[in-house]
Design a binder for this molecule. Sequence first.
Ligand code: GH3
Ligand code: MG
Ligand code: MG
Ligand code: MG
Length: 323
Amino acid sequence: PPICSSRSPRASPIRNTRPEVREQRATILIVDDQPANIHALAKLLKDDYRIITATNAAKALELARREPGPDLILLDILMPDQDGYGLCRELKADEATHAIPVIFVTALDQAQDEAKGLQLGAADYISKPFNPAIVRARVHNQVSLKLKTDLLEKIALQDGLTEIPNRRYFDRKLSQEWNRQSRHQQPLSLLMIDIDHFKPYNDHYGHGAGDECLRRVAQALAQAPTRSADLVARYGGEEFVVLLPDTDATGAREVAEKMRAAIHTLAIPHAYSPVSDHITISLGGSTHQPQRQRPATSSEALKQVADQALYQAKEQGRDRLFW
Ligand code: GH3
Ligand code: MG
Ligand code: MG
Ligand code: MG
């Protein structure tokens, strides 16, 4: 599973990678203030799912936010501190947890109670006493749907050719990191990368070889950074982009040089490049340093500066970093 929120091309930006192997290992969070109720549900489901439990809303929220989060939450309504409705509202309002389906399992059996639960975004509502076979079936249906949604989201955010994150994922991450870094007054660096003389490579070696070259370059770039928060994505064509949170210009330059060296090490022959006898890349970088006198004004501006730097790297002869 190649897409990544982290630097590794093998980690996924989405919770719960590898939906195809996850079906048996899907996790269900059971939330109920009464351990006996938890026990009854757990007994019903433990052969098919990994079960985690919470007896209050605060604990439930903590478990739901932890990565990788549960694939389904079975939620009691009547609980002493915060009731299930309130917890459901919080889960649905939080970007980190809103996609986790919630099934209310409750003694409240009035139509208006069920209507309220569904209006809050619950996927389903089960009144007690329940029929075990129906509970199992409803749980199964919601988990299957969740895993399919995860898979679709993964496909939507991954580049089909190189199997690293795509531009959509990158832009989403960039705006998240931009907001986070600005709050925490931490630097944020960005690298734009473009393969040198790739058109003649395609023209002479063929489109298939071009694709294979893109795959190899993407994998080499994705493996270059060392921090888990770093992100390498395919921005389009033969352009890649790197996001380096909490990284100042000095640190980012090191990553850039490591990437340039990594592509040299690949040594993909390119007899038609005026720069080298093998494939090379040019890189442009920019850093947002909140404490500086003239920090970047937006994530767009940060990208533009890196893009202009990349243009300069090309102008000055390629196979280099310009800052
Ligand atoms: P420069 O050093 O200035 O970047 O020169 P260049 O030849 O790399 O630049 P240009 O933008 O003219 O060419 C980019 C080429 O990348 C043209 C296009 O056919 C090729 N390309 C873009 N996407 C793909 C792809 O998915 N597969 C393959 N095989 N080629 C691609
Ligand atoms: Mg209760
Ligand atoms: Mg280009
Ligand atoms: Mg190019």
